[in-house]
Write a protein that binds this ligand. Structure first.
Ligand SMILES: [Fe+2]
Length: 395
C-alpha cells in the first residue's frame, strides 16, 4: 500500500506550552500585524477564555482591534459575512480565531472574503479555488479534537439552501496554531472524551487509509500515542494541565496527518449519522471506530497491527505475536471506549445513544455511500457492507 509519490504540506507554525498565549502579541508583530480581530463564540467568551488571550496583550504596544463573538454551533454564510463586515469596519489586518471547529471554519471563511474582497463566498467553494495567500490567521483551539488549526479545509453551511459548502485550499491553512492548556482545562468530561476520540479517529484513519504516507504516518502514530497515554489521566484529573497540553498537541498532529492523508469509512458513516440523527461528530467517531477497523482488517491488517505499539506500549506490542496485533489493537480501542462509557456515559453503540432508530440504518448507509471520505477507505464498501457495519454497531 506504500505510495509511489506523495506530498505533505503543513506550513502552520506551532506555538505550544503553558504560557503559549503570551507569545501571540510578539508573533503578530513579527509578521507586521497591528489590528487583529478575534473571532469566537459566546460560550467561549462567557467562560473567560477570550480574556486569557486579551490579557496577553497587556503591557505590549499591540491591542485587539475588534471581537466578533456571534459564531453559532454550525457556521453559516451569514455569520461569515457579518464577521467580515466587522473586520472591514474596524480596519483589521489579521484574524485570531479562539474556539472549536465552527469558530475556526468561520474564521477561514471570513479570511477568504476580507483577503479576496466581495461578499460571495460560494464562488471559492470546492478544491483549490483560491488564487493567492490570504491575510494572517492565528488559531487558538479550545477543544482538542477537530485539528482544524492544522488543516486546509473548512465547511460553511448555506442555511437558505440547506447545504454544506466545503472549501479546500493550501491557503486555508492557518499561519499559526497556539496550543495552551488553559484553553481546554475547563472542558466538561464528555466533551473531552468525544473530541479526543475524534482526534484518535483522525490519526487512526489517516494511518490506515489509502493516501497514508510516511510523513502523515509519523504525525498519526505520535498523536495516537499521546492520546493513549494521557486521555484517561485527564478524564480522572480534568485540571491536569500537562495532560491537557499533550491532548492539544495530539489533536493538532492528527489534523496535520489527515489534512495530508485524508480519512475513511469512520468519517463517512459519522457524517451520515450526524446528518440523519443530529449527533455530535466526536460521538459518531467513537461509535464506529472499532467496527470499521474490523471491516477493513482483511485488506490492511498489517497497518492496523502497527497501531498496537502507540496504543498499548512497547511491552504489550512485544508480547503479542504479529498475527494477533491487529485484533489486539482493535480490542484496545474497545477497552478505551468502555472506560469512557464508565467515566462519562459516552455511548458505544447506536442503541446506547437513545437517538437512533434501527429502521434508520438503511438511510444512514445510503448517505454514507455518497460521502467523499469513502474513496480513501482501504476496502471498498457496498451498500450491503455499510448496512452490515451499522448493524454490527447497533448493540
Ligand atoms: Fe473528525
Amino acid at each position: 500500500m506504500a505510495q509511489s509519490y506523495y506530498e505533505f504540506f503543513c506550513p502552520v507554525k506551532m506555538i505550544a506550552g503553558h504560557k503559549a498565549l503570551e507569545h501571540i502579541p510578539f508573533e503578530l508583530t513579527a509578521i507586521g500585524v497591528s489590528r487583529p480581530m478575534i473571532i469566537t463564540d459566546k460560550g467561549v467568551r462567557q467562560v473567560g477564555l477570550v480574556d486569557h488571550v486579551t490579557n496577553a496583550f497587556d503591557g505590549t504596544d499591540r491591542e485587539v482591534a475588534a471581537i466578533f463573538d456571534d459564531v453559532p454551533p454550525d457556521s453559516s454564510l451569514k455569520t461569515v459575512q457579518a464577521a467580515a463586515k466587522a473586520y472591514r469596519d474596524q480596519q483589521c489586518d489579521a484574524i485570531l480565531a479562539i474556539g472549536g471547529g465552527s469558530v475556526i471554519d468561520t474564521a477561514k471563511g471570513v479570511n477568504i472574503l476580507v483577503s479576496e474582497g466581495g461578499n460571495d463566498l460560494t464562488k471559492y467553494s470546492g478544491a483549490h479555488n483560491l488564487p493567492k495567500k490570504l491575510n494572517p490567521l492565528f488559531v487558538v483551539p479550545t477543544t482538542a479534537g477537530t485539528g482544524s488549526e492544522a488543516t486546509m479545509v473548512a465547511v460553511i453551511s448555506d442555511t437558505e439552501k440547506e447545504t454544506k459548502l466545503p472549501f479546500a485550499s493550501y491557503f486555508l491553512m492557518p499561519d499559526a496554531a497556539i496550543l495552551d492548556p488553559r484553553m481546554t482545562l475547563t472542558l466538561p468530561p464528555h466533551i473531552t472524551a468525544m473530541t479526543a476520540m475524534d482526534a484518535m479517529t483522525h490519526a487512526v484513519e489517516s494511518y490506515t487509509c489509502l493516501s497514508a504516507n510516511p510523513m502523515s504516518d509519523a504525525y498519526a502514530s505520535a498523536a495516537i500515542r499521546k492520546i493513549s497515554e494521557n486521555l484517561m489521566d485527564v478524564m480522572a484529573t480534568p485540571d491536569n494541565a500537562q495532560g491537557r497540553l499533550e491532548l492539544a498537541q495530539a489533536s493538532t498532529m492528527a489534523g496535520a496527518a489527515f489534512s495530508n492523508a485524508m480519512v475513511g469509512l469512520v468519517h463517512s458513516l459519522g457524517h451520515a449519522l450526524g446528518a440523519v440523527c443530529h449527533l455530535p461528530h466526536g460521538l459518531c467517531m467513537n461509535l464506529f471506530l472499532p467496527y470499521v477497523l474490523d471491516y477493513n482488517k482483511s485488506v490492511n491488517g498489517d497497518k492496523i497491527a502497527d497501531l498496537l505499539l502507540p496504543l498499548a506500549g512497547a511491552d504489550v506490542y512485544a508480547n503479542t505475536p504479529q498475527a494477533q496485533r491487529a485484533d489486539k489493537a482493535i480490542a484496545h480501542l474497545r477497552q478505551m471506549r468502555d472506560e469512557l462509557f464508565e467515566r462519562c456515559n459516552l455511548p458505544r453503540t447506536l442503541k446506547e445513544t437513545g437517538k437512533v432508530e434501527r429502521s434508520q440504518i438503511q438511510q444512514i448507509a445510503e448517505k454514507a455511500l455518497d460521502d467523499g471520505s469513502i474513496i480513501y477507505n482501504p476496502k471498498e464498501a457496498s451498500l450491503e457492507d455499510l448496512i452490515q457495519v451499522l448493524e454490527g454497531a447497533w448493540e
